[in-house]
Design a protein around this ligand. Structure first.
Ligand SMILES: [Fe+2]
Ligand SMILES: [Fe+2]
Length: 261
């Protein structure tokens, strides 16, 4: 029997309307779901496992407060278990989905399966790196209570430096190193440009930050309507839009297939 992906998708879409943050919105859930499916496939998982990964991705941040007073991965896993029970998932499927959600924030000692690893990889390599994240990160800084009262430039510079340290490149399987390097470079370039006060980088940062402050547009709309005034900012926007529209996955796949490590 097929899994009720449509039912979960509708449920998450409805729920996300009342979420506390605009950076963790339905778009993020959906992209992590698509990314998790992609990773299971690339790691050799079958059709059934891909469906389970899709559901895990959709639910992975279902509890997402604006800061980390509670571990949102653990809280989301607990809530997902109840949701999956309501949707009458088997015990076995529920456990597998819940485990992938539970471990998507911090790496466990050992990954058990492509499904187990898929949400972590999609969330970190696709959604915590790459060009689009430059917009998302600046918006997040404006929303986050951690940076309340900190001037914009200082807050953004601090956050970029902290995050780059927190996701070490070697936290991922070697076979993804080509992909990780590619995604990482967008961030290191942006961090460098921001710290050197380059106009193009602050163009992106300021628009995103102010939008986060005013709770203006959603992240996707912000990126799509952003008007770059420098070629470098235009390059970042083009890459971000391609990713958001799901047009990067083929290229990402080539980075995994032809990566020499
Ligand atoms: Fe998360
Ligand atoms: Fe997430």
């Amino acid at each position: 029997m097929g899994l009720p992906i449509k039912g979960i998708d509708d449920f998450v879409r409805k729920e996300s309307a009342s979420l506390e943050t605009a950076t963790h919105n339905y778009g993020h859930f959906k992209r992590v779901a698509d990314g998790a499916v992609w990773f299971v496939r690339v790691l050799g998982g079958g059709a059934r496992e891909q469906q389970l990964a899709c559901i895990a991705g959709l639910l992975h941040d279902i509890v997402r407060p604006a800061d980390e007073r509670v571990d949102h991965a653990v809280a989301s896993a607990e809530r997902s278990r109840r949701i999956l029970q309501r949707f009458k998932f088997s015990r076995e499927d529920t456990d597998a989905i819940v485990e992938a959600i539970h471990d998507h924030r911090l790496q466990p000692a050992k990954w058990k399966s492509p499904l187990h690893q898929s949400v972590y990889l999609a969330d970190k390599i696709f959604e915590q790196m790459g060009a689009y994240l430059i917009f998302r990160r600046c918006m997040y800084v404006a929303e986050s209570v951690t940076y309340k009262g900190v001037p914009m430039k200082e807050a953004i510079n601090r956050h970029f430096a902290m995050r780059i340290e927190r996701i070490p490149k070697d936290a991922f399987p070697k076979r993804f190193s080509g992909l990780v390097n590619y995604q990482y470079e967008w961030l290191t370039n942006a961090q460098k440009a921001l710290s050197e006060n380059r106009a193009w980088a602050w163009d992106i940062a300021k628009v995103s930050y102010e939008n986060g402050r005013s709770h203006g547009k959603g992240l996707e709309e912000l990126i799509l309507t952003f008007e770059p005034s420098h070629p470098e900012a235009a390059r970042v926007k083009a890459e971000a839009v391609e990713y958001l529209e799901g047009r990067k996955l083929k290229f990402f796949e080539s980075l995994v297939l032809y990566s020499s490590y």
